[in-house]
Design a binder for this molecule. Structure first.
Ligand code: C2E
Ligand code: CA
Ligand code: CA
Length: 554
Protein backbone atom coordinates (compact mmCIF):
# COMPACT_ATOMS: atom_id res chain seq x y z
CA UNK A 1 0.00 0.00 0.00
CA UNK A 2 1.34 3.37 -0.93
CA UNK A 3 1.64 6.28 1.47
CA UNK A 4 -0.75 8.53 -0.46
CA UNK A 5 -3.45 5.81 -0.37
CA UNK A 6 -3.01 5.51 3.36
CA UNK A 7 -3.26 9.29 3.77
CA UNK A 8 -6.47 9.32 1.76
CA UNK A 9 -7.82 6.45 3.85
CA UNK A 10 -7.09 8.35 7.07
CA UNK A 11 -8.59 11.52 5.66
CA UNK A 12 -11.92 9.79 5.16
CA UNK A 13 -11.73 8.33 8.66
CA UNK A 14 -11.19 11.74 10.24
CA UNK A 15 -14.84 12.45 9.47
CA UNK A 16 -17.04 12.61 12.59
CA UNK A 17 -19.99 10.79 11.04
CA UNK A 18 -21.04 7.25 12.02
CA UNK A 19 -18.43 4.62 11.24
CA UNK A 20 -20.74 2.63 8.91
CA UNK A 21 -21.13 5.79 6.83
CA UNK A 22 -17.45 6.71 6.48
CA UNK A 23 -15.75 3.29 6.61
CA UNK A 24 -16.88 2.14 3.11
CA UNK A 25 -15.42 5.26 1.48
CA UNK A 26 -12.18 4.96 3.43
CA UNK A 27 -11.79 1.25 2.74
CA UNK A 28 -12.56 1.75 -0.95
CA UNK A 29 -9.36 3.80 -1.28
CA UNK A 30 -7.20 0.84 -0.26
CA UNK A 31 -9.40 -2.16 -1.18
CA UNK A 32 -7.88 -2.63 -4.66
CA UNK A 33 -4.19 -2.80 -3.87
CA UNK A 34 -4.83 -4.79 -0.67
CA UNK A 35 -7.33 -7.12 -2.35
CA UNK A 36 -10.06 -6.65 0.28
CA UNK A 37 -13.28 -8.60 -0.39
CA UNK A 38 -15.36 -7.66 2.63
CA UNK A 39 -15.01 -5.94 6.00
CA UNK A 40 -17.55 -6.79 8.70
CA UNK A 41 -17.62 -6.10 12.38
CA UNK A 42 -19.56 -6.49 15.55
CA UNK A 43 -19.83 -5.02 19.04
CA UNK A 44 -20.95 -7.10 21.98
CA UNK A 45 -21.46 -5.69 25.46
CA UNK A 46 -23.09 -7.60 28.30
CA UNK A 47 -25.63 -5.58 30.30
CA UNK A 48 -23.84 -4.08 33.29
CA UNK A 49 -23.25 -0.90 35.18
CA UNK A 50 -21.68 0.89 32.23
CA UNK A 51 -24.18 -0.31 29.67
CA UNK A 52 -27.45 -1.16 31.40
CA UNK A 53 -29.14 -2.42 28.25
CA UNK A 54 -26.06 -4.14 26.83
CA UNK A 55 -25.32 -4.05 23.11
CA UNK A 56 -25.25 -6.53 20.31
CA UNK A 57 -24.62 -5.02 16.87
CA UNK A 58 -23.18 -6.27 13.61
CA UNK A 59 -21.82 -4.12 10.82
CA UNK A 60 -21.01 -4.53 7.14
CA UNK A 61 -18.39 -1.88 6.43
CA UNK A 62 -17.35 -2.89 2.94
CA UNK A 63 -18.25 -5.35 0.18
CA UNK A 64 -16.20 -5.64 -3.00
CA UNK A 65 -18.01 -6.26 -6.28
CA UNK A 66 -16.04 -9.45 -6.96
CA UNK A 67 -17.09 -10.88 -3.55
CA UNK A 68 -15.06 -12.32 -0.68
CA UNK A 69 -13.05 -15.46 -0.16
CA UNK A 70 -14.75 -16.93 2.91
CA UNK A 71 -11.67 -18.99 3.83
CA UNK A 72 -9.16 -16.19 4.04
CA UNK A 73 -9.55 -13.45 6.60
CA UNK A 74 -7.86 -11.50 9.35
CA UNK A 75 -9.65 -10.97 12.64
CA UNK A 76 -8.95 -8.09 14.97
CA UNK A 77 -10.55 -7.56 18.39
CA UNK A 78 -10.43 -4.75 20.89
CA UNK A 79 -11.92 -4.39 24.35
CA UNK A 80 -14.46 -1.59 24.64
CA UNK A 81 -14.58 0.87 27.55
CA UNK A 82 -17.85 -0.64 28.73
CA UNK A 83 -16.38 -4.09 29.34
CA UNK A 84 -17.40 -5.55 26.02
CA UNK A 85 -15.49 -6.12 22.82
CA UNK A 86 -15.46 -4.94 19.25
CA UNK A 87 -14.40 -7.27 16.46
CA UNK A 88 -13.45 -6.61 12.87
CA UNK A 89 -12.98 -9.25 10.16
CA UNK A 90 -11.28 -8.40 6.87
CA UNK A 91 -11.84 -10.98 4.10
CA UNK A 92 -9.60 -11.51 1.09
CA UNK A 93 -11.22 -10.72 -2.23
CA UNK A 94 -12.21 -13.65 -4.45
CA UNK A 95 -9.24 -14.68 -6.63
CA UNK A 96 -5.98 -12.75 -6.81
CA UNK A 97 -2.70 -13.22 -5.10
CA UNK A 98 -2.60 -14.22 -1.43
CA UNK A 99 -1.67 -11.54 1.14
CA UNK A 100 2.01 -11.07 1.86
CA UNK A 101 3.29 -10.49 5.35
CA UNK A 102 3.59 -6.82 4.53
CA UNK A 103 -0.01 -6.75 3.23
CA UNK A 104 -1.23 -8.34 6.44
CA UNK A 105 0.65 -5.78 8.47
CA UNK A 106 -0.98 -2.96 6.48
CA UNK A 107 -4.41 -4.59 6.88
CA UNK A 108 -3.97 -4.70 10.64
CA UNK A 109 -3.09 -1.02 10.73
CA UNK A 110 -6.17 -0.23 8.66
CA UNK A 111 -8.40 -2.50 10.75
CA UNK A 112 -7.16 -0.89 13.94
CA UNK A 113 -7.90 2.55 12.56
CA UNK A 114 -11.48 1.50 11.80
CA UNK A 115 -11.96 0.03 15.27
CA UNK A 116 -10.61 3.21 16.80
CA UNK A 117 -13.02 5.28 14.77
CA UNK A 118 -15.84 3.04 15.91
CA UNK A 119 -14.91 3.32 19.59
CA UNK A 120 -14.46 7.09 19.39
CA UNK A 121 -17.86 7.33 17.83
CA UNK A 122 -19.51 5.09 20.44
CA UNK A 123 -17.92 7.16 23.21
CA UNK A 124 -19.25 10.36 21.72
CA UNK A 125 -22.71 8.91 21.47
CA UNK A 126 -22.50 7.63 25.02
CA UNK A 127 -21.51 11.05 26.30
CA UNK A 128 -24.39 12.75 24.56
CA UNK A 129 -26.83 10.13 25.73
CA UNK A 130 -25.73 10.12 29.35
CA UNK A 131 -27.20 13.55 30.09
CA UNK A 132 -30.57 12.16 29.08
CA UNK A 133 -30.14 8.68 30.47
CA UNK A 134 -30.82 7.10 33.82
CA UNK A 135 -27.59 5.42 34.86
CA UNK A 136 -29.12 2.28 36.37
CA UNK A 137 -31.29 1.19 33.47
CA UNK A 138 -29.94 3.19 30.56
CA UNK A 139 -33.51 4.31 29.81
CA UNK A 140 -34.19 7.98 29.14
CA UNK A 141 -34.38 10.00 32.36
CA UNK A 142 -36.96 12.75 32.79
CA UNK A 143 -35.02 14.99 30.39
CA UNK A 144 -34.75 12.26 27.78
CA UNK A 145 -38.40 11.32 28.16
CA UNK A 146 -39.52 14.93 27.82
CA UNK A 147 -37.36 15.27 24.74
CA UNK A 148 -39.15 12.35 23.09
CA UNK A 149 -42.59 13.61 24.17
CA UNK A 150 -41.65 17.06 22.88
CA UNK A 151 -40.70 15.59 19.53
CA UNK A 152 -44.00 13.76 19.14
CA UNK A 153 -45.87 16.84 20.40
CA UNK A 154 -44.18 19.08 17.81
CA UNK A 155 -45.06 16.63 15.06
CA UNK A 156 -48.71 17.01 16.11
CA UNK A 157 -48.90 13.28 16.89
CA UNK A 158 -49.25 13.41 20.66
CA UNK A 159 -52.98 12.54 20.77
CA UNK A 160 -52.16 9.13 19.30
CA UNK A 161 -50.59 8.25 22.65
CA UNK A 162 -51.47 7.64 26.30
CA UNK A 163 -49.12 8.60 29.12
CA UNK A 164 -48.29 6.35 32.07
CA UNK A 165 -46.54 6.75 35.39
CA UNK A 166 -45.83 3.65 37.43
CA UNK A 167 -44.01 2.43 40.51
CA UNK A 168 -42.82 -1.12 40.87
CA UNK A 169 -44.55 -2.65 43.86
CA UNK A 170 -42.72 -4.03 46.85
CA UNK A 171 -39.19 -2.97 45.89
CA UNK A 172 -38.48 -2.18 49.55
CA UNK A 173 -39.37 -5.72 50.46
CA UNK A 174 -37.39 -7.21 47.56
CA UNK A 175 -34.32 -5.18 48.51
CA UNK A 176 -34.64 -6.53 52.02
CA UNK A 177 -35.29 -10.13 51.04
CA UNK A 178 -32.52 -10.22 48.46
CA UNK A 179 -30.00 -7.41 48.39
CA UNK A 180 -29.84 -3.86 47.16
CA UNK A 181 -27.82 -5.14 44.21
CA UNK A 182 -30.41 -7.79 43.37
CA UNK A 183 -33.04 -5.09 43.75
CA UNK A 184 -31.20 -2.91 41.23
CA UNK A 185 -30.88 -5.92 38.99
CA UNK A 186 -34.63 -6.57 39.16
CA UNK A 187 -35.33 -2.95 38.23
CA UNK A 188 -32.84 -3.13 35.39
CA UNK A 189 -34.24 -6.35 33.97
CA UNK A 190 -37.79 -5.13 34.32
CA UNK A 191 -36.81 -2.01 32.39
CA UNK A 192 -35.14 -4.11 29.70
CA UNK A 193 -38.16 -6.38 29.28
CA UNK A 194 -40.57 -3.49 28.92
CA UNK A 195 -38.17 -1.54 26.73
CA UNK A 196 -38.07 -4.57 24.45
CA UNK A 197 -41.83 -4.25 23.94
CA UNK A 198 -42.01 -0.68 22.75
CA UNK A 199 -42.51 0.50 19.19
CA UNK A 200 -41.27 3.40 17.13
CA UNK A 201 -42.32 6.71 18.67
CA UNK A 202 -43.13 5.16 22.04
CA UNK A 203 -40.86 5.73 25.01
CA UNK A 204 -40.25 4.40 28.50
CA UNK A 205 -38.40 6.67 30.88
CA UNK A 206 -36.83 5.89 34.24
CA UNK A 207 -37.01 8.73 36.74
CA UNK A 208 -34.89 6.91 39.30
CA UNK A 209 -35.73 4.47 42.09
CA UNK A 210 -38.77 2.44 41.11
CA UNK A 211 -40.45 5.31 39.25
CA UNK A 212 -41.11 5.01 35.54
CA UNK A 213 -42.98 6.92 32.87
CA UNK A 214 -44.15 5.77 29.48
CA UNK A 215 -45.66 7.11 26.30
CA UNK A 216 -47.54 4.34 24.55
CA UNK A 217 -49.64 4.23 21.38
CA UNK A 218 -53.34 4.24 22.28
CA UNK A 219 -54.08 0.97 20.52
CA UNK A 220 -51.37 -0.72 22.59
CA UNK A 221 -52.20 0.89 25.94
CA UNK A 222 -54.31 -1.98 27.13
CA UNK A 223 -51.62 -4.57 26.48
CA UNK A 224 -49.00 -2.41 28.12
CA UNK A 225 -51.23 -1.92 31.14
CA UNK A 226 -52.02 -5.63 31.33
CA UNK A 227 -48.37 -6.52 31.49
CA UNK A 228 -47.73 -3.98 34.22
CA UNK A 229 -50.70 -5.01 36.32
CA UNK A 230 -50.48 -8.72 35.57
CA UNK A 231 -46.85 -8.74 36.63
CA UNK A 232 -43.61 -9.26 34.78
CA UNK A 233 -41.58 -12.35 35.66
CA UNK A 234 -37.96 -11.49 36.27
CA UNK A 235 -35.43 -14.31 36.45
CA UNK A 236 -32.82 -13.75 39.15
CA UNK A 237 -30.16 -15.88 40.78
CA UNK A 238 -30.48 -16.08 44.53
CA UNK A 239 -28.03 -18.13 46.62
CA UNK A 240 -26.85 -19.89 43.52
CA UNK A 241 -30.33 -20.88 42.39
CA UNK A 242 -32.36 -19.21 39.72
CA UNK A 243 -35.85 -18.11 40.69
CA UNK A 244 -38.56 -15.95 39.19
CA UNK A 245 -39.69 -12.78 40.88
CA UNK A 246 -43.02 -11.41 39.69
CA UNK A 247 -43.02 -7.64 39.72
CA UNK A 248 -46.29 -5.71 39.47
CA UNK A 249 -46.85 -2.00 39.51
CA UNK A 250 -49.08 0.79 40.77
CA UNK A 251 -50.11 2.65 37.65
CA UNK A 252 -51.46 6.10 36.83
CA UNK A 253 -52.62 6.72 33.31
CA UNK A 254 -53.66 9.76 31.33
CA UNK A 255 -55.52 9.75 28.02
CA UNK A 256 -53.91 12.46 25.97
CA UNK A 257 -56.36 14.60 24.02
CA UNK A 258 -56.43 18.01 22.32
CA UNK A 259 -56.28 19.80 25.67
CA UNK A 260 -52.77 18.44 26.31
CA UNK A 261 -50.87 21.56 27.47
CA UNK A 262 -47.29 20.47 26.83
CA UNK A 263 -44.67 17.75 27.32
CA UNK A 264 -44.38 18.21 31.08
CA UNK A 265 -48.02 17.11 31.50
CA UNK A 266 -47.06 13.64 30.24
CA UNK A 267 -45.27 13.20 33.56
CA UNK A 268 -47.31 15.32 35.98
CA UNK A 269 -50.72 14.08 34.76
CA UNK A 270 -50.26 10.34 35.12
CA UNK A 271 -48.11 10.93 38.20
CA UNK A 272 -51.08 12.52 40.00
CA UNK A 273 -53.21 9.55 38.97
CA UNK A 274 -50.56 7.15 40.36
CA UNK A 275 -50.49 9.16 43.58
CA UNK A 276 -54.26 8.84 43.90
CA UNK A 277 -53.96 5.11 43.20
CA UNK A 278 -51.46 4.78 46.05
CA UNK A 279 -53.48 6.85 48.48
CA UNK A 280 -56.65 4.90 47.79
CA UNK A 281 -54.96 1.50 47.70
CA UNK A 282 -55.78 0.84 44.05
CA UNK A 283 -53.42 -0.63 41.47
CA UNK A 284 -54.59 1.56 38.66
CA UNK A 285 -56.20 4.97 38.24
CA UNK A 286 -57.01 6.91 35.08
CA UNK A 287 -56.73 10.67 35.41
CA UNK A 288 -60.11 12.35 35.00
CA UNK A 289 -60.97 15.98 34.34
CA UNK A 290 -62.26 16.30 37.91
CA UNK A 291 -58.95 15.05 39.28
CA UNK A 292 -57.09 17.52 37.10
CA UNK A 293 -59.27 20.36 38.30
CA UNK A 294 -58.85 19.30 41.91
CA UNK A 295 -55.13 19.12 41.32
CA UNK A 296 -54.89 22.65 40.08
CA UNK A 297 -57.13 23.83 42.93
CA UNK A 298 -54.83 22.06 45.39
CA UNK A 299 -51.75 23.56 43.79
CA UNK A 300 -53.34 26.99 44.00
CA UNK A 301 -54.04 26.47 47.71
CA UNK A 302 -50.50 25.30 48.32
CA UNK A 303 -49.03 28.25 46.46
CA UNK A 304 -51.19 30.96 48.00
CA UNK A 305 -51.41 29.66 51.57
CA UNK A 306 -48.48 31.55 53.07
CA UNK A 307 -49.46 34.90 51.62
CA UNK A 308 -53.09 34.34 52.62
CA UNK A 309 -52.05 33.50 56.17
CA UNK A 310 -49.81 36.59 56.36
CA UNK A 311 -52.66 38.75 55.06
CA UNK A 312 -55.03 37.51 57.73
CA UNK A 313 -57.33 35.69 55.30
CA UNK A 314 -57.67 32.82 57.78
CA UNK A 315 -60.02 33.49 60.63
CA UNK A 316 -61.13 31.52 63.65
CA UNK A 317 -64.86 30.76 63.74
CA UNK A 318 -66.30 29.65 67.04
CA UNK A 319 -68.89 26.92 67.44
CA UNK A 320 -70.47 26.96 70.90
CA UNK A 321 -70.33 23.89 73.11
CA UNK A 322 -73.56 23.79 75.09
CA UNK A 323 -74.81 22.26 78.30
CA UNK A 324 -78.04 20.72 77.02
CA UNK A 325 -79.64 20.73 80.45
CA UNK A 326 -79.22 24.45 81.09
CA UNK A 327 -78.71 25.80 77.57
CA UNK A 328 -75.54 27.57 78.71
CA UNK A 329 -72.46 27.98 76.56
CA UNK A 330 -69.72 25.98 78.27
CA UNK A 331 -67.02 26.38 75.67
CA UNK A 332 -66.36 26.62 71.95
CA UNK A 333 -64.49 24.87 69.22
CA UNK A 334 -62.31 27.00 66.96
CA UNK A 335 -62.76 26.10 63.30
CA UNK A 336 -60.67 27.73 60.60
CA UNK A 337 -62.30 29.64 57.75
CA UNK A 338 -60.49 31.01 54.74
CA UNK A 339 -62.06 34.29 53.62
CA UNK A 340 -60.93 34.45 50.01
CA UNK A 341 -62.19 37.19 47.69
CA UNK A 342 -65.19 37.69 49.93
CA UNK A 343 -66.10 33.98 49.91
CA UNK A 344 -65.86 31.70 52.91
CA UNK A 345 -63.88 28.57 52.07
CA UNK A 346 -64.62 25.62 54.36
CA UNK A 347 -61.88 23.43 55.86
CA UNK A 348 -62.50 20.25 53.80
CA UNK A 349 -61.23 22.24 50.79
CA UNK A 350 -57.91 23.22 52.28
CA UNK A 351 -57.10 21.18 55.40
CA UNK A 352 -56.21 17.95 53.51
CA UNK A 353 -54.01 19.92 51.10
CA UNK A 354 -52.16 21.62 53.94
CA UNK A 355 -51.78 18.30 55.72
CA UNK A 356 -50.27 16.78 52.62
CA UNK A 357 -47.78 19.56 52.00
CA UNK A 358 -46.86 19.85 55.68
CA UNK A 359 -48.07 23.44 56.16
CA UNK A 360 -50.95 22.52 58.46
CA UNK A 361 -48.97 23.10 61.63
CA UNK A 362 -48.56 26.75 60.66
CA UNK A 363 -52.33 27.13 60.37
CA UNK A 364 -52.98 25.32 63.63
CA UNK A 365 -50.46 27.42 65.55
CA UNK A 366 -51.95 30.52 63.95
CA UNK A 367 -55.49 29.51 65.01
CA UNK A 368 -54.20 28.90 68.54
CA UNK A 369 -52.58 32.32 68.60
CA UNK A 370 -55.67 34.08 67.21
CA UNK A 371 -57.88 32.33 69.76
CA UNK A 372 -55.52 33.39 72.56
CA UNK A 373 -55.53 36.99 71.28
CA UNK A 374 -59.35 37.03 71.13
CA UNK A 375 -59.60 35.61 74.62
CA UNK A 376 -57.11 38.16 75.96
CA UNK A 377 -59.20 40.93 74.43
CA UNK A 378 -62.42 39.63 76.04
CA UNK A 379 -60.70 39.31 79.39
CA UNK A 380 -59.23 42.81 79.11
CA UNK A 381 -62.78 44.03 78.49
CA UNK A 382 -63.72 42.42 81.78
CA UNK A 383 -65.58 39.45 80.39
CA UNK A 384 -65.46 35.89 81.65
CA UNK A 385 -64.06 33.62 78.92
CA UNK A 386 -65.10 30.00 78.23
CA UNK A 387 -62.57 27.31 77.35
CA UNK A 388 -61.93 26.99 73.62
CA UNK A 389 -60.76 23.92 71.73
CA UNK A 390 -58.20 24.16 68.94
CA UNK A 391 -57.83 21.41 66.36
CA UNK A 392 -54.35 20.00 65.92
CA UNK A 393 -53.77 17.72 62.99
CA UNK A 394 -51.99 14.43 63.54
CA UNK A 395 -49.36 15.60 61.10
CA UNK A 396 -48.52 18.41 63.57
CA UNK A 397 -47.40 15.98 66.21
CA UNK A 398 -44.31 15.17 64.14
CA UNK A 399 -43.08 18.72 64.64
CA UNK A 400 -40.27 18.84 67.21
CA UNK A 401 -41.05 20.76 70.40
CA UNK A 402 -44.71 21.24 69.44
CA UNK A 403 -45.82 21.07 73.08
CA UNK A 404 -43.32 23.79 74.02
CA UNK A 405 -44.56 26.04 71.23
CA UNK A 406 -48.15 25.60 72.37
CA UNK A 407 -47.25 26.42 75.98
CA UNK A 408 -45.26 29.48 74.92
CA UNK A 409 -48.12 30.78 72.80
CA UNK A 410 -50.64 30.45 75.64
CA UNK A 411 -48.29 32.08 78.14
CA UNK A 412 -47.46 34.95 75.80
CA UNK A 413 -51.12 36.07 75.87
CA UNK A 414 -51.33 35.38 79.63
CA UNK A 415 -54.18 32.93 79.18
CA UNK A 416 -55.17 30.48 81.89
CA UNK A 417 -54.08 27.08 80.58
CA UNK A 418 -57.32 25.43 81.60
CA UNK A 419 -59.08 27.62 79.02
CA UNK A 420 -57.30 26.13 76.01
CA UNK A 421 -58.16 22.58 74.96
CA UNK A 422 -56.07 20.86 72.32
CA UNK A 423 -58.16 18.57 70.09
CA UNK A 424 -56.57 15.63 68.32
CA UNK A 425 -58.01 12.58 66.59
CA UNK A 426 -57.32 8.96 67.44
CA UNK A 427 -54.23 7.32 66.00
CA UNK A 428 -54.10 4.71 63.27
CA UNK A 429 -50.94 2.74 63.98
CA UNK A 430 -48.22 1.88 66.46
CA UNK A 431 -45.76 4.53 65.31
CA UNK A 432 -48.40 7.25 65.66
CA UNK A 433 -49.30 5.88 69.07
CA UNK A 434 -45.82 6.54 70.37
CA UNK A 435 -45.85 10.12 69.10
CA UNK A 436 -49.37 10.70 70.44
CA UNK A 437 -48.52 9.30 73.86
CA UNK A 438 -45.51 11.60 74.08
CA UNK A 439 -47.59 14.63 73.04
CA UNK A 440 -50.54 13.96 75.35
CA UNK A 441 -48.18 13.35 78.26
CA UNK A 442 -46.42 16.65 77.63
CA UNK A 443 -49.79 18.43 77.46
CA UNK A 444 -50.91 16.76 80.65
CA UNK A 445 -47.65 17.66 82.44
CA UNK A 446 -48.08 21.26 81.25
CA UNK A 447 -51.67 21.22 82.61
CA UNK A 448 -53.18 21.85 79.21
CA UNK A 449 -56.42 19.91 78.69
CA UNK A 450 -56.78 17.72 75.60
CA UNK A 451 -59.76 16.28 73.77
CA UNK A 452 -60.03 13.21 71.56
CA UNK A 453 -62.01 14.20 68.49
CA UNK A 454 -64.23 11.87 66.43
CA UNK A 455 -64.13 9.42 69.32
CA UNK A 456 -65.37 5.95 68.42
CA UNK A 457 -64.38 6.03 64.78
CA UNK A 458 -60.78 4.89 65.33
CA UNK A 459 -59.54 1.34 65.55
CA UNK A 460 -58.95 1.15 69.25
CA UNK A 461 -61.09 3.72 71.00
CA UNK A 462 -61.40 1.74 74.20
CA UNK A 463 -57.73 1.12 74.68
CA UNK A 464 -57.14 4.73 73.72
CA UNK A 465 -59.33 5.78 76.61
CA UNK A 466 -57.47 3.42 78.90
CA UNK A 467 -53.91 4.19 77.81
CA UNK A 468 -53.78 7.85 76.86
CA UNK A 469 -53.92 10.76 79.32
CA UNK A 470 -56.72 13.00 78.10
CA UNK A 471 -59.33 15.30 79.63
CA UNK A 472 -62.22 14.99 77.19
CA UNK A 473 -63.61 12.76 74.49
CA UNK A 474 -65.81 14.05 71.71
CA UNK A 475 -68.21 11.38 70.48
CA UNK A 476 -68.43 11.35 66.73
CA UNK A 477 -71.68 12.44 65.13
CA UNK A 478 -71.98 9.11 63.28
CA UNK A 479 -73.29 7.63 66.55
CA UNK A 480 -76.31 9.93 66.62
CA UNK A 481 -77.09 10.75 63.01
CA UNK A 482 -79.16 7.70 62.16
CA UNK A 483 -82.68 8.50 61.00
CA UNK A 484 -84.03 6.52 63.94
CA UNK A 485 -81.72 6.37 66.90
CA UNK A 486 -81.07 2.75 67.53
CA UNK A 487 -80.96 0.78 70.73
CA UNK A 488 -77.39 -0.23 69.92
CA UNK A 489 -76.22 3.38 69.73
CA UNK A 490 -77.83 3.99 73.08
CA UNK A 491 -75.96 1.08 74.64
CA UNK A 492 -72.67 2.16 73.14
CA UNK A 493 -72.90 5.84 74.02
CA UNK A 494 -74.34 5.07 77.45
CA UNK A 495 -71.41 2.84 78.23
CA UNK A 496 -68.83 5.26 76.84
CA UNK A 497 -70.30 8.00 79.04
CA UNK A 498 -70.28 5.81 82.17
CA UNK A 499 -66.78 4.57 81.50
CA UNK A 500 -65.41 8.04 80.79
CA UNK A 501 -67.00 9.43 83.91
CA UNK A 502 -65.41 6.71 86.02
CA UNK A 503 -62.04 7.52 84.44
CA UNK A 504 -62.53 11.24 85.14
CA UNK A 505 -62.84 12.17 81.47
CA UNK A 506 -65.41 14.69 80.18
CA UNK A 507 -67.76 13.71 77.35
CA UNK A 508 -69.28 15.84 74.61
CA UNK A 509 -71.19 14.81 71.51
CA UNK A 510 -70.81 16.65 68.23
CA UNK A 511 -73.17 17.12 65.31
CA UNK A 512 -76.39 17.56 67.27
CA UNK A 513 -79.02 18.80 64.84
CA UNK A 514 -82.36 17.67 66.27
CA UNK A 515 -84.25 17.87 69.51
CA UNK A 516 -84.66 14.08 69.60
CA UNK A 517 -80.92 13.76 69.73
CA UNK A 518 -80.82 16.02 72.78
CA UNK A 519 -83.38 13.89 74.57
CA UNK A 520 -81.52 10.76 73.60
CA UNK A 521 -78.17 12.10 74.82
CA UNK A 522 -79.54 13.39 78.11
CA UNK A 523 -81.16 10.01 78.55
CA UNK A 524 -77.82 8.22 78.31
CA UNK A 525 -76.10 10.70 80.60
CA UNK A 526 -74.25 12.93 78.12
CA UNK A 527 -74.93 16.56 79.03
CA UNK A 528 -72.77 18.50 76.64
CA UNK A 529 -73.11 18.89 72.90
CA UNK A 530 -72.11 20.91 69.91
CA UNK A 531 -74.13 21.16 66.74
CA UNK A 532 -76.22 23.11 64.26
CA UNK A 533 -79.25 22.79 66.54
CA UNK A 534 -77.57 25.41 68.73
CA UNK A 535 -75.29 27.23 66.35
CA UNK A 536 -73.07 26.86 63.35
CA UNK A 537 -69.47 28.00 63.73
CA UNK A 538 -69.70 31.80 64.15
CA UNK A 539 -67.38 34.71 63.36
CA UNK A 540 -65.71 35.98 66.53
CA UNK A 541 -67.96 39.01 67.08
CA UNK A 542 -71.15 37.00 66.70
CA UNK A 543 -69.80 34.41 69.07
CA UNK A 544 -68.87 37.12 71.55
CA UNK A 545 -72.44 38.42 71.38
CA UNK A 546 -73.72 34.92 72.13
CA UNK A 547 -71.43 34.71 75.15
CA UNK A 548 -72.97 37.75 76.78
CA UNK A 549 -75.51 36.19 79.06
CA UNK A 550 -77.01 34.02 76.36
CA UNK A 551 -78.60 30.68 77.07
CA UNK A 552 -80.19 28.54 74.40
CA UNK A 553 -83.85 27.72 74.74
CA UNK A 554 -85.19 24.99 72.53
P1 C2E B 1 -64.12 18.46 63.17
O1 C2E B 1 -62.97 18.82 64.03
O2 C2E B 1 -64.77 17.14 63.44
O3 C2E B 1 -65.13 19.66 63.28
C1 C2E B 1 -66.51 19.50 63.25
C2 C2E B 1 -67.05 19.77 61.90
O4 C2E B 1 -68.43 19.48 61.89
C3 C2E B 1 -66.96 21.25 61.50
O5 C2E B 1 -66.82 21.30 60.11
C4 C2E B 1 -68.29 21.78 61.91
O6 C2E B 1 -68.68 22.95 61.20
C5 C2E B 1 -69.18 20.62 61.55
N1 C2E B 1 -70.40 20.60 62.33
C6 C2E B 1 -70.63 21.17 63.52
N2 C2E B 1 -71.90 20.93 63.92
C7 C2E B 1 -72.47 20.17 62.97
C8 C2E B 1 -73.77 19.59 62.78
O7 C2E B 1 -74.67 19.73 63.62
N3 C2E B 1 -73.99 18.88 61.68
C9 C2E B 1 -73.04 18.72 60.72
N4 C2E B 1 -73.32 18.00 59.64
N5 C2E B 1 -71.79 19.23 60.85
C10 C2E B 1 -71.52 19.95 61.97
P2 C2E B 1 -65.77 22.22 59.44
O8 C2E B 1 -65.66 23.52 60.16
O9 C2E B 1 -66.08 22.24 57.98
O10 C2E B 1 -64.43 21.45 59.67
C11 C2E B 1 -64.24 20.20 59.11
C12 C2E B 1 -63.01 19.56 59.65
O11 C2E B 1 -61.86 20.30 59.27
C13 C2E B 1 -62.95 19.55 61.17
O12 C2E B 1 -63.68 18.47 61.63
C14 C2E B 1 -61.48 19.41 61.42
O13 C2E B 1 -61.09 18.09 61.30
C15 C2E B 1 -60.91 20.21 60.30
N6 C2E B 1 -60.56 21.55 60.77
C16 C2E B 1 -61.30 22.68 60.84
N7 C2E B 1 -60.57 23.71 61.28
C17 C2E B 1 -59.32 23.21 61.53
C18 C2E B 1 -58.11 23.76 62.01
O14 C2E B 1 -57.97 24.94 62.35
N8 C2E B 1 -57.03 22.92 62.12
C19 C2E B 1 -57.12 21.60 61.77
N9 C2E B 1 -56.03 20.82 61.89
N10 C2E B 1 -58.24 21.05 61.32
C20 C2E B 1 -59.33 21.85 61.21
CA1 CA C 1 -62.59 19.02 66.10
CA1 CA D 1 -65.06 15.86 65.05
Amino acid sequence: MKMDQYVLFMKFLSDDSHTPEVAPKAIATVAGPLRIGRVSGKVEVEPGALSPMGENKTYRFFEASEGADEDSSIVLTRATVDNGFAMLEIFHAKGGEAWSEEDEHALRVIGDAILLHLSRHRLNERLQRSAYTQYLTGLPNSGGFLQQVGKVFKQGQITRYDAFYYNLKGMGFLNMRYSQRDGDDIIRRHAQLLHGMIREGECIGHLGGDNFVALILKERSEDFLDSLLGGVDIPITFRGESTLVTVTATVGMMHIDESFPGPWAAISGPSSAAQIAKETGQSFVILTREMMEKNSRDTLIENTFHTALAQGQFQPYYQPKVNMKTGEIVGAEVLARWIRDGHVVAPPEFIPVLEKCGAIVELDMYMLEQACIDMREWMDAGEEPVPVSINFSRRDLEMPHLAEHILECIERQRIDKKNIIIEVTETADERENTVMMQFLSEMSEGNIPTSIDDFGTGFSSLSFLRDFPTSEIKIDRSFINHEVLREKDKVIIGNIVTMARQLGVDVITEGVEKKEQVAFLLDVGCERAQGYLYDKPLPRDEFKARLLGHAYRL
